[in-house]
Ligand binder design. Structure first.
Ligand SMILES: Nc1ncnc2c1ncn2[C@@H]1O[C@H](COP(=O)(O)OP(=O)(O)OP(=O)(O)O)[C@@H](O)[C@H]1O
Ligand SMILES: [Mg+2]
Length: 239
C-alpha cells in the first residue's frame, strides 16, 4: 500500500465462462483493453454483453477463465491469480462504483465514505475530513449525518462515488455511475472523475448507457459478442 503504483490497466485475451456443460455462458470471449494512467475511458454495449463481468474480473471479485490482466506494473492475473492477497488489492488499489450503491446501512454517510481510509490506517478525524470534502464536491454534504436509507437513489449513488474516491486508488471501476442522476449532476460526476484521473494519475473505466455522458469520453470501448472494439469519442471538455 505504501508503494505508489504507476497506475494503468492492461487486459489481454480475457475470457470468462460462467457455469459448466449445457448451462455454461461464455460472457467474455477475447477482450483486449488498455487504459493509461490519468485516462478515463467509456465501456458501452448492449445489456448482457459482459460489461459488469469485465469489471468484476478486473476488480478481483470473480475469477476469469483465461487471459491476462495487469494493474500498474503488476500482473494480477495470468491463467490464475498472481496476487496473494486479493482483499488488500481490492481495498487499496481499486475503487468500485457498483450498479447499486451497496452502502452500509448502520453507518452514517460520512462514515461510509471514511471507512476504507480508516481501515487503511488513516486517523479517523483526517478520514472524516476528507470524506466531507468529497461529499461537498458531489453536492451531498447536507446529508453527511444521515443514514443511507434516508437518502434518495441519486444521493446514495453520489455517496458511493465519494466512497470509491476516498482512498485515491490508482484504478477506479464504475458500473453505470450516473444512471440515477440528472444531467447536471451526471456531468458533475464526470468532471470529478476526470479531475481525479489528472491529479492522481488514476486509470478509470466507466460502464455506461448514459447519453448525457458519452460525449465526454476521448476513447470508448464497445463490447459485443464477448469482444471489445475501440473507437474515438468526442472528448467534450468539462471545465
Ligand atoms: N453469476 C452468473 N452466472 C451465470 N451467468 C451470468 C452470471 N452473471 C452474468 N451472467 C451472464 O453473463 C452475461 C453477461 O452479463 P453481464 O452482467 O456482464 O452483462 P452487462 O453487459 O453488465 O449487462 P447490463 O447492461 O444488463 O448490466 C449475461 O448473459 C448474463 O446472463
Ligand atoms: Mg451490468
Amino acid at each position: 500500500m505504501n508503494t505508489p503504483s504507476p497506475g494503468g490497466i492492461q487486459i489481454e485475451g480475457l475470457r470468462k465462462v460462467y457455469g459448466h456443460g449445457d448451462t455454461a455462458v461464455e460472457a467474455l470471449k477475447h477482450v483486449n483493453m488498455q487504459v493509461a494512467p490519468g485516462e478515463v475511458v467509456g465501456l458501452v454495449g448492449p445489456s448482457g454483453s459482459g460489461k459488469s463481468t469485465l469489471l468484476k474480473c478486473l476488480g478481483a471479485i470473480i475469477e476469469p477463465t483465461a487471459g491476462r490482466m495487469t494493474l500498474g506494473n503488476e500482473v494480477i492475473y495470468d491463467e490464475g491469480w498472481k496476487v496473494r492477497d486479493l482483499r488488500a488489492l481490492r481495498r487499496d488499489r481499486i475503487g468500485f462504483v457498483f450498479q447499486a450503491p451497496y452502502l452500509i446501512p448502520f453507518l452514517d454517510v460520512t462514515d461510509n465514505v471514511a471507512l476504507l481510509p480508516m481501515l487503511a490506517g488513516q486517523p479517523n478525524a483526517r478520514a472524516r475530513e476528507r470524506a466531507l470534502e468529497l461529499l461537498t464536491a458531489l453536492d451531498v454534504q447536507h446529508r453527511a449525518r444521515a443514514e443511507p436509507n434516508q437518502l434518495s437513489g441519486g444521493e446514495q449513488q453520489r455517496v458511493s462515488i465519494a466512497r470509491a474516491l476516498a482512498n485515491r486508488p490508482p484504478v477506479i471501476l464504475a458500473d453505470e455511475p450516473t444512471a440515477p442522476l440528472d444531467s447536471q449532476r451526471a456531468l458533475g460526476v464526470m468532471r470529478l472523475l476526470n479531475q481525479m484521473a489528472r491529479q492522481y494519475q488514476t486509470a478509470i473505466i466507466v460502464v455506461t448507457h448514459d447519453e448525457k455522458i458519452i460525449p465526454t469520453f476521448k476513447r470508448i470501448y464497445h463490447i459485443r459478442d464477448g469482444q471489445t472494439v475501440e473507437e474515438a469519442g468526442e472528448g467534450r471538455t468539462l471545465d
